[in-house]
Design a protein around this ligand. Sequence first.
Ligand code: HT7
Ligand code: ZN
Length: 844
Amino acid sequence: PQKIYLAEYKPFPFLIDGVELNFDLAPRATRVKSKINFRPNPDSDSREFFLHGENLKLISAKIDGKEISPEVTDLGLTADVPNAPFVFEAEVEISPETNTALEGLYMSGGMYCTQCEAEGFRKITYYPDRPDVMATFKVRIQGSESVLLSNGNPVEQGEGFAEWHDPWPKPAYLFALVAGNLVAHPDSFTTKSGKEVELNIYVRPGDEGKCAFGMEALKRSMTWDEEVYGREYDLDIFNIVAVDDFNMGAMENKGLNIFNSSCVLASPETATDANFERIEGIIAHEYFHNWTGNRITCRDWFQLCLKEGLTVFRDQQFTSDMRSRAVKRIDDVITLRARQFREDNGPLAHPVRPESFVEINNFYTATVYDKGAEIIGMLKRLVGDENYKRALSLYFERHDGEAATIEDWLKVFEDTTGRDLSQFALWYSQAGTPRLKVSEAFEDGTYILTFKQETPPTPGQSEKDPRVIPIAVGLLNPNGDEVRETCVLEMTEEEQSFRFSGLAAKPIPSILREFSAPVILERETTNAERAFLLAHDTDPFNKWEAGRALAKDTITRMLTEDRTVGSDLLDAISKVRRDDSLDPAFRALVLALPSADDIAQTLFDAGHTPDPSRIHTALETVALSYATHLQDVLPKIYADMHIDGPYSPDAEPAGKRALQGAVLSLLSRLDGGNQARAQFAAADNMTQQLQALACLLRIDRGREQLAAFEEQWKDDRLVMDKWFNLQTALAAPEAAVQTTEALTKHAAFDWKNPNRFRATLGGLTGNMAGFHSPDGSGYRLVADWLIKLDAANPQTTARMSTCFDSWRRYDADRQALIKAELTRILETPKLSRDTTEMVTRILG
Ligand code: HT7
Ligand code: ZN
């Protein structure tokens, strides 16, 4: 397959003055007529006219009204065109009903919908399907459905048709069309300059009761973007549509966001607290794209982090403002380490701005999104809040209506602050997570911290240069008082020392506060010091981090030195658990154990070969030790966290339920599941119902409750996803593969639906000890399903194949088994470009 390189960027030879599209909808024979006004691009010296087009049946093509016979291949169309403005017209036929890849125009549950990012528009009609070609669109839809939607503002609507006009020039990846017999949850919003905006969330009949939270989240997002970034909405209408079959979470199409129904629909009975928070974050994320992505888009797909890193950063800021800043930061770092650090440490490592790709869909990664957001966080910390604000205003002013690059982005910061950001730019071009080794010295009242940075080689990048690393540090004296408030040390060299003078005693450092840079901190320390920081650190992130390090140290020693769970960990954790002054959500986070995957990577980094089954046992042992050590207080904390009154998804009650759930999980290891059975029976919300079910699955496989849950929720697709997921994710290691296999034979296992596929197979791949079953049955089952799915949906298959990316961590037998399955996948006839690229990179 052909590789595309950033270095080979060339502008498109033509500009577009306007696009008219006409859709005549039919499930297997939709007709799309296009009329595009082209003119030569003065910034290009080429006049080659190539339009992308895939899986299209060309009916006719014209230039300036005259029929032409262009050269057509599997990838597009070439024609001779005048060296002057001209009108290109085409009519094509497409088949949405048989489009199982969920890219382009497809059908989901009887409705038509589109997904054009990144390169789906070329499956709708012939077009220069690249983000730097921006145009205004007029769209006419003919169909028998009651709701016919596209981007922009409505122009005219009548029996069987609707017309839309989007006045804002946009790239084709932001095009959207929806047609279905849908119902609206309507509302409105008045912008700060007094403009009335009509808002709707469109859903299938029956889902109307699950829209209210999403709508409130949308209005909160609109207000926040006005207040914090000065960004107002710019159309008369903003529509959201919920779709059941969707490859990712949601899509920011101009004025017509399309959402995976799991990322917008919520009611207390059917969605967990975590679902509510995620929905709020995703609604905000897609809405924020209206400025960071749509008004200012990307010049090419290598610049994807320009819109995604910034928009993730913005949605993280929003959530910290809506909820708890400390808890949000801890949650984000847990996710970053689990997804991005894993990626950066394996065969799929790539720079935040990659330099080449075969299939761009494979680069919607944790690195581009989450590390992209971390880079912006570092930049903000380095330049300060005021300069960040000024730089962003300049960015919006200078690049509005443009397709920009990372160079443009950094330039606004350089112009605002006068700083040279050329070394900082390495964060975009160098892959891999820097290791930051710390050593210290104390003499005559001066404390010296010395840092050494090193980034291990990654695929295609053996040498790395030192980066700029903002290291937020505070110092505590031995009695626990803070003697130096947080300051940001700016590391620029490979090795660098920083001095703190005038100290009466050797301080205890709190390093990398708020996780000020996406690095791995390596520092020789003791569990006594970790316990001290857990008790005294004023930085909530590092307070939590100290407890996490203590737990990880205990677990890794249990596995490598045959230690038992020490009292240092139990006493330290127990203090936090008993401390009523702390936020319950924070206490729940302190109690949560590191994931099996985290332990496996830590062991591997320390030169050990992780054994998934022993890791599982060690984690269970620590949980039981927590339970036994805390048994006198657990019932009281459980009772204290009880909330009277109706369910609310707000942060405070959600935090209480999180702590109550963590306590229930411990209690159920001591009481045979009595409390969990009672909670399951009494639960009036999904959070508590699912918490209880999870506990019972561990105890007696929860057979009775699983059946009751299925009976109660069999008609709710999103809740049934949870039912599938819980069983494969929490199955005992020896039963996980069999359980998954049985569930794939369940009548409700619709493998073409990405949510159901991910819930079921993704549950197994996340169940480390089950997936890595020594006989290779987990690998085989997953590979069988990936091969099957690839023929229908390459994008989701390629994404799910990343479950194999950590294969080099394991013993030789497991490595051989995984390699055999990856090779089998690769040898599948007609394997997609997406999966071929992914599996080839994983094999290395
Ligand atoms: N910008 C979107 C990324 C995206 C996507 C969404 C749904 C289906 C396929 C997709 N391919 C790329 C989502 C976002 O980051 O907001
Ligand atoms: Zn995004």
